[in-house]
Structures are given as C-alpha cells and as structure tokens.
Design a protein around this ligand. Structure first.
Ligand code: FES
Length: 369
C-alpha cells in the first residue's frame, strides 16, 4: 500500500514492541504491537483509525486491523515490490520496537449498542484492513446489529484474514455474512466473478440484499443504516455512487481512500456560474503557497492536489472534516456538508473537498481553526 492517507501529522511518535509477525497471504505481512501500560491512554483508538509508521526517514500510514477491545494493535501491509515500505516492515522481527504515531483518522462511525442496525462493508484487497476493525468492533459492541461484508480480491489465495473472517462467521452466525468476489478467478456463480463495481452493487442489492427475514415487508437493502467502503479510489467512487443512486444518504456512506485519487467521488448536482483564472493563496503548516486554477469546473481541494500542493484530506466528500480550513477571502459553494456546524460556518470554516470557487480570488488558512 503506498502512502494511503494524507493528513496533518503533528502527533508524537512512540516505540511499540512487535509481539507477533506473520504472513496473512504470500505478500501481506501482519504485525501485532503491544501497548505498554503508560501509553494505554495515548493509544486509545476507534475502529477505522490508523497509525503512521516510521522506518529510517520514511513514513507511511497503516490502518489498524484490530478492534479497540482487543489487547494488542494489529497492522497489515501488502508488499508490492522489494524496495517498498511494506517490504521494510516485513523485515521487522518479533521483539523489535516499531516507531509509530498515536492513532489518527476519521474513518470512524459512532457506536449504537442499544440499536439493531444493518451495516454493509465493501473492501477491495488490502482495503479490508480498516473494515475488519469496524466489523469486529460492531459485532462485539452492538449485539443487535448485523453486518454484511462484500470483499473483492484477485483470487482465493489473496484473501487477507480468511481464518479470522471464518471464525467470526462461526461465532456470530446469522449476524455476520461475508461474500467474496474474485477478479482473476472464475467462480461457478457469475455474481461472484469480476470486480465490485456499480453493476455488481445493483446485482448485490437484487440477489443478496433482497428478502429480509426480520421484516417480511422490507428488504435488507431498505434496512441498511450505514455503508463502509475501503479500497482503490475508482472502486470507492463506483460503489459510493451506486449506493447513493439507490437511496442511501451520502452521510451514511463512509469511505477511506488508500491512494491518491484525482477525481471527485460524487459529481456536481447543482449548476453554478462558470469562472476562469482563479487565484488561490494558502497558508498551511506556517507556509504560504499560491495556486492558479484554470476554472471552477471541479472541486477546490482536488484542483489544488492536482497542482502538487500537499493538503490534508481523507473522505473527499464533506463527511470527515480532515480538509477543514478557514476561508479568509472570497466565496465558495459547498455541494455537501456533513461535518461543519452552523457556528463553524459562521466563522467562515469550509471543506475545500466539496467547495466550488465562486470568486476569482480566494484565501485559505489551514492553520487557524
Ligand atoms: S476530506 Fe473529508 S471533509 Fe474534506
């Protein structure tokens, strides 16, 4: 997995002992880290968060694969080449100390232990890592909630956490079902062959999430409360749009991008005045930067990222708040906002990932929130 999530990394690093290392597939290494008593509070985390790992002068982010109730922190990394960061991680031995940040990230969902919810998880390849954390956490803390996992891999040998998923199915019975989809292996049922994309989601809705035994007048899809997605950007985009087009609210679709993705997740639905030659001045991490945007036909954050400007983000859809900044000058239109409060909006805070410039001059400050 290449540097998956761009964030502000101001948290301190600590050294945690590796108590177990094993290969989860031929090319996926798993590590278990022990948190000593004096760091328990600093390493309190929510399902879906990640740690930044440092080896030498290189750093990358890795989703936590365990749930908060487990007594160690798990990480997993896919080795893509001999000089990749995960290959370095695979050289770490049991007993070594690994340098990691405190838990970070906003791919989290509030817990509802008293409710009976229906949650869907979609994972592609190594994107299973934060999803399995959510899965274990939800099954453990919400005794009335059911979870359906749709997991896309190339072939059976590439299923990460296969034994753990099977054990969870046995333990939680009807409350947890997992379906595997193979992009490079034929399955007798064509439903399970090929990538999980928009078309496949429609088939899943019609063929898997149809009859609801708990409510004969409804379908499982109708009862869905949350959708959690993690994997490549194109996969997230197609699944998120398929879910949205089929009636799930954007606020209930949560995702984590594991790679830079030069595209908006949701297309613009409101026609806006066209502007060209937009000048943007930015203050970020005490540095002053400027950018020139050709026009306003795409969201502000993506246009700035395309120009090589490093800015914090995670969901790119107005849900997580990672990209929040202050609009010091100019005007934007936010297509979505499920994060900022009315009082934050009054203080000119904006989410550039869902903002369309409406002025030819904009000033953004990421440091004064
Ligand atoms: S990146 Fe999540 S709100 Fe902007």
């Amino acid at each position: 997995m290449a540097d998956p999530i761009k964030t502000n990394h101001s948290d301190p690093f600590e050294r945690l002992k590796v108590v177990k290392k094993n290969f989860l597939t031929k090319t996926t290494v798993g590590l278990r880290l022990q948190v000593p008593p004096h760091l328990q509070e600093a390493f309190y985390y929510e399902a879906g968060q990640y740690l930044r790992v440092k080896i030498g002068d290189r750093e990358e982010d890795y989703s936590i694969t365990t749930a908060p109730y487990e007594d160690y922190i798990g990480l997993a990394a896919k080795i893509t080449s001999a000089d990749s960061f995960p290959a370095k991680l695979a050289e770490v031995n049991e007993g070594d100390l690994l340098t990691v940040s405190h838990p970070q990230g906003r791919f989290t969902v509030p817990q509802r232990p008293a409710e009976k919810r229906t949650i869907l998880g979609f994972a592609g390849g190594i994107g299973i890592t934060p999803i399995i954390s959510h899965l274990k956490n939800i099954l453990h803390t919400e005794p009335g909630t059911r979870f359906f996992l749709f997991y896309g891999v190339r072939n059976t040998a590439e299923i990460i956490f296969k034994d753990e998923l099977t054990a969870l199915q046995q333990r939680y019975g009807e409350r947890f079902q997992v379906f595997y989809f193979y992009s490079r292996e034929q399955n007798p049922d064509p439903l399970f062959s090929g990538r999980i994309d928009e078309k496949k989601v429609k088939l899943i809705i019609n063929q898997i999430l149809h009859l609801d035994e708990e409510d004969e007048e409804s379908t499982i899809w109708d009862a869905t409360d949350k959708v959690l997605i993690c994997g490549p950007g194109a996969m997230i985009k197609s699944i998120a749009n398929a879910c949205y087009d089929n009636g799930i609210r954007k606020t209930d679709i949560h995702f984590e991008l594991f790679e830079s993705f030069n595209d908006d997740i949701y297309e613009l639905e409101t026609p806006l005045p066209y502007l060209s030659d937009i000048r943007v001045e930015i203050v970020h991490n005490r540095r002053e930067l400027s950018a020139h945007l050709p026009n306003n036909d795409r969201k502000l954050l993506q246009q700035l990222l395309d120009q090589g400007i490093e800015l914090p983000y995670s969901c790119k859809s107005g849900i997580c708040g990672s990209c929040r900044c202050r609009l010091v000058k100019g005007e934007v239109f936010m297509t979505d906002n499920d994060f900022l409060t009315a009082s934050e909006l009054k203080q000119d805070l904006i989410l550039p990932c869902v903002s369309i410039p409406l002025s030819e001059k904009l000033q953004l400050n990421f440091d004064t929130l």
